[in-house]
Design a binder for this molecule. Structure first.
Ligand code: ADP
Ligand code: UVW
Ligand code: MG
Length: 402
C-alpha cells in the first residue's frame, strides 16, 4: 500500500471526462479537472480551473492518459488506492454501488441501450482506467441506485403491463448520487434537523431532475426509463406528448432515430431559444432584450415549478425545497422565478439571502415565515463516489488477504 492514499473519481460524459482526486482519509479534493471536446476535433484538458491545454487525440483513452500524466506530475500515480466511476444507468440489476469485475462490466453493457448517451461513454472510461490502473480496485456508482426505493405506482407507465414484465419498461430515475448527497446534507441543516421527513430536491444542471425524498429515501423522481423524461434541460426536451412526436414523424418523414436525436440534442433551452443550451448565455441575452431567451427561461421555470408541485404530493409533509446543480447553485434568477411560481405552497423567498454567491456553500434562502424551508446545497457527487469506492475497495482488499 502507498504512503499517501488517494481516490480517483471518473465521470465520463458524452463529450467530457470529469475527474477528481480526493484524499482517502479526509475526502478533501486535491485535484479536479475536465477533458472537454471528447470525440471532436479539438479536445482539451483543464486542471483546477486553469487554462485549457489541447490534447493530441480526442478519445477516452487519450483523456485518461492525459489525466494519468497530471497525476504523475504530482507524484500521485502510485497513490491511487481506489477508483470510483459514475455509471448513469444500472437498470433493475444494480440497487447499489458494486466492485467492477468482468461480469459486472458485461451486466452494465446489457442495460446500456437504456441510456445510450451516457452509459457507453461511462464504459469507455471504465475500460481505459482498468487498463491503465491494473490491480487498483474500481467501483461503479450508479445514478439509478438511489431511486430503487420508488414504488410501482410511481415507476410504472400507463402502458400495457406486459411491456414492464417482458421488456422492463419502467421509470428508473437519474442523478441519484447527487440527490442522495443533498438529502443527507439537508437532514443535517439546523433549520431542518428532526423535521426533514419530506424534501423536494431540484438538481438543475445541464441534465436536470426533481426528486421527492421521505426520511432519506427517494419516493419519486422526474426522469424516467431514460434521462429524457421530466424537466426541460440544456438540449433535452423533457416531457412531450408521444402523440406530438408521432404526428411530427408523419409530417416530416423523420425516423425514430432522427427524432430521438432531436429530443436529446437539439431541444430544451437550446431548441427553444435558438441561441444556446448554456443558461449563463441565455440570462445575458434576456437582459439585453432577447425575447426568445426570455421565453426559453420562462418555459424552463414553468416546468420546474409544476414538477416540484407534483412531487410535493408524494410527501407526508413538505418540509424543505433544496436547489442544487450548476443552475440550482448559481442562478439566483431561476431560483427566484421558480419560487414565485410556488406561491400556493406559502413559500417565501428572502431576496437578499438568495443573492448570496455559491462560494457561501450551503445556505437557507427562504424567509423565517416561509411555510417551506428553501435552501441551496452545493452537490458533491465526487465525494459520494469516493466514499463508495473506498468502502467497497477496502472490503475487496481485505477479502484478498483473508
Ligand atoms: N453563475 C451561473 N449563473 C447561471 N447559470 C450557471 C452559472 N454557472 C453555471 N451555470 C449553468 O449550469 C449549467 C451546467 O450545470 P452543471 O451541473 O455543471 O452541468 P452538468 O450536467 O454538465 O454537470 C449550465 O447551464 C450553466 O450555464
Ligand atoms: C443522467 C443525466 O442527465 O446526467 P447529466 O446531468 O450528467 O447529463
Ligand atoms: Mg452534473
Amino acid at each position: 500500500m502507498n504512503e499517501y492514499p488517494v481516490i480517483l473519481t471518473i465521470n465520463c460524459g458524452s463529450s467530457s471526462v470529469k475527474f477528481s482526486v480526493l484524499d482517502e482519509i479526509s475526502m478533501e479534493p486535491l485535484l479536479t479537472g475536465i477533458c472537454e471536446g471528447i470525440n471532436t476535433e479539438s479536445a482539451s484538458l483543464i486542471v483546477n480551473n486553469g487554462e485549457p491545454v489541447r490534447l493530441a487525440h480526442s478519445d477516452y483513452e487519450d483523456a485518461l492518459a492525459a489525466i494519468a500524466l497530471e497525476l504523475e506530475k504530482r507524484d500521485l500515480i502510485k497513490c491511487v488506492a481506489y477508483i470510483g466511476h459514475r455509471i448513469a444507468h444500472g437498470g433493475a440489476i444494480f440497487g447499489e454501488s458494486v466492485l467492477l469485475t468482468d461480469d459486472v462490466v458485461e451486466q452494465i453493457r446489457e442495460v446500456s441501450p437504456l441510456a445510450p448517451l451516457h452509459n457507453y461513454a461511462n464504459l469507455s472510461g471504465v475500460a481505459s482506467a482498468r487498463q491503465r490502473f491494473p490491480g487498483v480496485p474500481q467501483v461503479a456508482v450508479f445514478d439509478t441506485s438511489f431511486h430503487q426505493t420508488i414504488s410501482p405506482e410511481a415507476y410504472l407507465y400507463g402502458l400495457p403491463y406486459r411491456y414492464f414484465e417482458e421488456y422492463g419498461v419502467r421509470r428508473y430515475g437519474f442523478h441519484g448520487t447527487s440527490h442522495r448527497y443533498v438529502s443527507i446534507q439537508a437532514a443535517e441543516l439546523p433549520e431542518l434537523k428532526g423535521a426533514a421527513s419530506g424534501l423536494v430536491i431540484a438538481h438543475l444542471g445541464n441534465g436536470a431532475s426533481v426528486c421527492a425524498v421521505v426520511e432519506g429515501e427517494s419516493v419519486d423522481t422526474s426522469m424516467g426509463m431514460t434521462p429524457l423524461e421530466g424537466l426541460i434541460m440544456g438540449t433535452r426536451c423533457g416531457d412531450v406528448d408521444f402523440g406530438a412526436m408521432v404526428w411530427l414523424a408523419r409530417q416530416t418523414g423523420q425516423s425514430l432515430d432522427d427524432l430521438e436525436q432531436v429530443a436529446n440534442t437539439e431541444s430544451g433551452l437550446l431548441g427553444l431559444s435558438g441561441i444556446s443550451s448554456d443558461l449563463r448565455v441565455l440570462e445575458k441575452a434576456w437582459r439585453s432584450g432577447d425575447g426568445r431567451a426570455q421565453l426559453a427561461i420562462d418555459t424552463f421555470v414553468h416546468r420546474i415549478a409544476r414538477t416540484i408541485g407534483g412531487h410535493a404530493t408524494s410527501l407526508p409533509h413538505f418540509d424543505g425545497l433544496i436547489f442544487t446543480g450548476g443552475i440550482g447553485e448559481n442562478s439566483a434568477l431561476i431560483r427566484s422565478l421558480v419560487i414565485k411560481h410556488l406561491r400556493v405552497f406559502g413559500i417565501e423567498l428572502d431576496e437578499e439571502k438568495n443573492a448570496q454567491p455559491n462560494s457561501g456553500g450551503e445556505r437557507v434562502i427562504s424567509t423565517e415565515g416561509s411555510a417551506v424551508l428553501c435552501a441551496v446545497i452545493p452537490t458533491n457527487e465526487e465525494k459520494m463516489i469516493a466514499l463508495d469506492a473506498r468502502q467497497l475497495g477496502k472490503a475487496s482488499r481485505l477479502a484478498e488477504f483473508a
